[in-house]
Design a protein around this ligand. Structure first.
Ligand SMILES: NC(=O)c1ccc[n+]([C@@H]2O[C@H](COP(=O)([O-])OP(=O)(O)OC[C@H]3O[C@@H](n4cnc5c(N)ncnc54)[C@H](OP(=O)(O)O)[C@@H]3O)[C@@H](O)[C@H]2O)c1
Length: 286
C-alpha cells in the first residue's frame, strides 16, 4: 500500500468510506464488519464515516458505531488507523423517500460532535469535518464551532466537506494548519470540483474525493466513464482501478475514499494504489 499525507496522519492512498455499509441497502452487521476488516487487512489506514450514516427513520450514528466496533475487533496494529467523521447532516424523508437534511447551527454541531466522540469510543476525534455548508448559517459560524471543538480537545484536526473555493479559503484563514482536509465529490462523472483540487494543493490540504467511482445510488452517466472502460479492457483490469488511479494521478494530495458493500470490491479498488497509468492513457482520460 502507498500512503498520502492527511494532516498529521498517513492515509492509505486509497482509503475507505463506510456509507454503503450504514444506510439504506446496507448488508447485515457481521458482513459489514468483515468488509472493514478485509480493507484494514489489505492496508487501509483511514476510514471515513459520519454522524448521519444511518437509514432514514432509524437511530443516528450507525456508521460511527460500526467503524468503532470493526476497529475494536480487528487483530491488526490499530495505532496507524484513523477514523474521520462528519457532523451537520441528518436523515429525513421527502415524499416518502429517504433524504439528507442539513443542520449547521453551531450548538447542534458541537452536540453532534460530542455524540460522535462517544460513538467512536474516543475522547478526541482523529479528524472531524463539517459535513455540508447550510444556506441558513454564516459559514464563519460553522468554522467557529470547529475551532471551539479543537480548543476543547474534541478533535485533533478538522476538515470541511462540500465546500467551494471561497469557503475553503475562509476556513483556512480562521483555522490555519488545524484545517487539514477538504472532502468533496470528484469522479469521471463529476469533474467540476477540479478547481478545489487546485486550491487545496495550494494551501497544503488533502483533497479527499467522495463517491470517487460515481456513487452507487444513481445510474452512472456512462459516456463519461467509457474511456475508463476502454483503458480497463485494454489492460484486463477493472474500470474502478483505472478511475481511482486516474484520481491519484491528478495530484499527490488527492485521497479517494471508495465505498463498497462487499470485500471483493474494496480489495479490487485497493490495487489502484499501485497502478501507474501511462501518459497516453492519462491524455485519453483527460
Ligand atoms: N462528504 C459527503 O457529502 C459524502 C457524500 C457521499 C459519499 N461520501 C463518502 O464517500 C464514500 C464513497 O462514496 P459512495 O460509496 O457513494 O460511492 P463510490 O465509492 O463512488 O461507489 C461505490 C460503489 O462502487 C462499487 N465499487 C467499489 N469498488 C469497486 C470495484 N473495484 N469494482 C466494481 N465496483 C466497485 C461498489 O460496489 P458494491 O456495492 O458491489 O460493493 C459501490 O456500489 C462514502 O462511503 C462516504 O464515506 C461523502
Amino acid at each position: 500500500m502507498k500512503y498520502r499525507n492527511l494532516g498529521p496522519y498517513k492515509a492509505s492512498a486509497i482509503s475507505y468510506g463506510n456509507m454503503p455499509l450504514s444506510i439504506e441497502g446496507r448488508p447485515d452487521r457481521a458482513t459489514a464488519i468483515d468488509v472493514i476488516h478485509a480493507a484494514l487487512d489489505a492496508g487501509v489506514t483511514h476510514i471515513d464515516t459520519a454522524w448521519a450514516y444511518y437509514p432514514s427513520g432509524e437511530e443516528p450514528q450507525y456508521g460511527e458505531g460500526l467503524a468503532a466496533e470493526a476497529l475494536a475487533s480487528w487483530d491488526g496494529d490499530r495505532s496507524e488507523i484513523t477514523i474521520a467523521t462528519k457532523v451537520g447532516h441528518y436523515r429525513n424523508f421527502t415524499d416518502g423517500e429517504p433524504t439528507w437534511g442539513v443542520d449547521d447551527e453551531p450548538d447542534h454541531l458541537k452536540q453532534n460532535a460530542h455524540e460522535s466522540a462517544r460513538a467512536l469510543g474516543v475522547d478526541t476525534i482523529d479528524l472531524l469535518y463539517s459535513h455540508r455548508p447550510s444556506p441558513d448559517v454564516p459559514y464563519e459560524k460553522v468554522i467557529g464551532a470547529l475551532a471551539d471543538l479543537l480548543d476543547e480537545g474534541f478533535a485533533r484536526v478538522v476538515g470541511i466537506s462540500n465546500a467551494n473555493e471561497e469557503q475553503i479559503r475562509l476556513a483556512h484563514r480562521i483555522l490555519g494548519d488545524r484545517l487539514v482536509a477538504v472532502q468533496n465529490q470528484f469522479s469521471p462523472g463529476f469533474r467540476s470540483s477540479e478547481p478545489e483540487i487546485d486550491v487545496t494543493g495550494e494551501l497544503g490540504l488533502a483533497f479527499v474525493a467522495w463517491s470517487p467511482l460515481g456513487g452507487y445510488r444513481k445510474p452512472l452517466d456512462e459516456p463519461k466513464f467509457a474511456p475508463f472502460q476502454q483503458v480497463a479492457d485494454a489492460r484486463g483490469i477493472s474500470r474502478a482501478q483505472v478511475i481511482l488511479a486516474w484520481e491519484l494521478a491528478k495530484a499527490p494530495h488527492v485521497i479517494p475514499i471508495p465505498g463498497s458493500h462487499r470485500s471483493a470490491t474494496i480489495l479490487d479498488s485497493l490495487k489502484a494504489a499501485d497502478l501507474d497509468l501511462t501518459d497516453e492513457e492519462l491524455a485519453l482520460l483527460g
